[in-house]
Every structure is written in structure tokens, then in C-alpha cells.
Design a protein around this ligand. Structure first.
Ligand SMILES: [Zn+2]
Length: 55
């Protein structure tokens, strides 16, 4: 199944071993985020949390 990352727009082919495969099969409108963007997002979230904690 072909999916497109909602953030960078990169197309990826996923198969049923991918953890989001069932979710995307049931709901084709579900947002897919590629591994690279996931890492960026989680690191941004961590940084935001840290800076907020300093105030
Ligand atoms: Zn991406």
C-alpha cells in the first residue's frame, strides 16, 4: 500500500508488518507520518517541554 507522509510529502510503500498498516487500511484518511518526521516531531516535543519547564 502506498502512503504519503503528511509532513514532508514523501511517498512510502508499507505492508502489513508496518504498525500503521491496519489503521490506514481501516481509515484511508488517517494521517501517515514517516519515520524521519516522527523522530523530528518527538524531538521537537521534547525540546518544547524542556523549555516550558524552565520558565
Ligand atoms: Zn515525512
Amino acid at each position: 500500500m502506498k502512503v504519503r507522509c503528511a509532513i514532508c510529502g514523501k511517498e512510502e510503500e508499507i505492508n502489513k508488518v508496518h504498525k500503521d498498516y491496519n489503521k490506514l487500511m481501516e481509515n484511508p484518511q488517517a494521517v501517515y507520518i514517516c519515520q524521519a518526521c516522527r523522530i523530528i516531531l518527538s524531538s521537537q516535543a521534547t525540546r518544547e517541554h524542556v523549555s516550558r519547564g524552565k520558565r
